[in-house]
Design a protein around this ligand. Structure first.
Ligand code: FES
Ligand code: FE2
Length: 431
């Protein structure tokens, strides 16, 4: 096993050693040192609106249940029976008065306490039910409905961790006329044969967009022409790639510590986005918050946001994305469409429909990225060179005093370097 000093050698100012993506031993260490102690996104309170509602997920590879108790509190419990270890809840979501294990029927209250043991006369004389409650995530934090947990009792506080990203969450939640979000429109879920960090790096990667997504963002039909080897189509692709790359040069990306980051956005409302549903949305929003505030809300500067290490809030075709490592070369991604509570149903529905086209498992956009991740993982098997380059814009970062952040061109790789700084912070220290 590598010591902290050896791990530090894998990250240089503008490059990363390929083993960071390919070495199973390093992956095990990531599960312990990053996913075993960082603040991780668990779920959103709207997923468990009523007492007894639960969702199940994994923090790293540890199964957990997020469940609403009778008193309204949300508990994050380890999904592991205190009898002989079975996963208590197998469903992805549901409602139950008690959480009952399938194996021998032990049942737990929604705050984790052991409620009943079948055939209790068989228990040891000193059996103490109070000592057999489901284990809880040692620390849980919540901000505007987003629930996070840390599997370590100690470490930086929730406030310190999430603080720099609160305004990014505000930026999205404030878009809802009723000031609340709901993750209640299902999900898209898919897995790819590549390392989890490929997806984490990608959510703020503006550099790849005109190239990786050329077939989607160019004029409809071009991708088909290109597939058929049509020369005219190929010329159009080239022209549009150049055009799009030029527009990307104006965009900025930002970092504010802890591996988090975001990219700037153009206004949601430049007259380009007029539809009956959007106009109605603007009217409802202005009615609730006033015309001036509505205009501010429709001009967000905080676009796609990464809350390191496992979630992002995508601001344009709005969704929450959760990244779950499965193995060194296997990752599961879940996309939750976001409903802006109080917005016209037609607008929320339009967003779900857009996500079907852009981010479902068989969509245009996300599948481009998955292909790139899989190819990266394959390419990194090569020993021709051991280093992955992340040096674009190195040394050109500048302070943004207004936002209390550091900014760079969005096509630079500052955000990736910031992620590796955070990665090393977790990885070099034993728990
Ligand atoms: S393992 Fe859960 S009741 Fe026995
Ligand atoms: Fe992409």
């Amino acid at each position: 096993m590598r010591n902290g000093h050896e791990i530090a050698k894998l990250i240089e100012p503008g490059r990363v050693h390929r083993s960071v993506y390919t070495d199973p031993e390093l992956f095990e260490l990531e599960m312990e040192r990053i996913f075993g102690r960082a603040w991780l996104f668990v779920g959103h309170e709207s997923q468990v609106p009523h007492a007894g509602d639960y969702i199940t997920t994994e923090l790293g590879r540890q199964p957990v249940i997020m469940v609403r108790h009778r008193d309204g509190s949300i508990n994050v419990l380890l999904n592991r029976c205190t009898h002989r270890g079975a996963k208590v809840i197998n469903e992805r979501k549901g409602n139950a008065a008690r959480l009952t294990c399938c194996y021998h029927g032990w049942s737990f209250d929604t705050d984790g306490r052991l409620a009943a043991v079948p055939v209790p006369e068989g228990c040891a004389a000193d059996f103490d039910k109070a000592a057999f409650g489901l284990a809880r995530a040692p620390r849980v934090g919540e901000y505007r409905g987003f629930v996070f947990a840390s599997l370590a009792a100690k470490g930086s506080s929730f406030e310190d961790h999430i603080g720099p990203m609160k305004r990014n969450i505000d930026d999205l939640v404030d878009r809802a006329p009723d000031g609340a979000l709901a993750l209640d429109a299902g999900m898209h879920r898919y897995a790819y044969n590549g390392n989890w960090k490929l997806q984490v790096e990608n959510v703020l990667d503006s550099y790849h967009v005109p190239f990786g997504h050329a077939s989607t963002i160019n004029k409809q039909g071009v991708q088909f022409a290109r597939r058929e080897g049509d020369r005219q189509g190929a010329t159009v692709v080239e022209a549009e790639k150049t055009q799009t790359a030029a527009s990307w040069r104006e965009r900025k990306s930002y970092i504010a510590g802890n591996g988090h980051g975001w990219t700037s956005n153009t206004s949601l409302d430049e007259g380009k986005r007029s539809s009956r549903a959007f106009d109605e949305y603007k009217r409802v929003l202005a009615e609730k918050v006033g015309a001036e505030r509505a205009q501010q809300i429709l001009t967000p500067r905080l676009h796609n946001s990464l809350i390191y290490p496992n979630m992002s809030i995508m601001g344009l075709n709005i969704h929450v994305r959760v990244i779950k490592p499965v193995a060194v070369d296997r990752t599961e991604v879940t996309i939750y469409p976001i409903r802006l509570v109080g917005a016209p149903p037609a607008m929320n529905f339009g967003n779900v429909r857009l996500l079907n086209v852009t981010h479902s498992a068989s969509s245009f956009v996300q599948t481009d990225d998955l292909e790139s991740f899989v190819r990266a993982q394959k390419g990194l098997r090569s020993r021709a060179t051991d280093w992955v380059d992340i040096s674009r814009g190195l040394g050109e970062e500048e302070a943004d005093r207004e936002l209390n952040a550091t900014r760079a061109l969005a096509t630079h790789e500052m955000v990736v370097r910031a992620q590796y700084k955070a990665w090393l912070g977790y990885m070099r220290e034993a728990a």
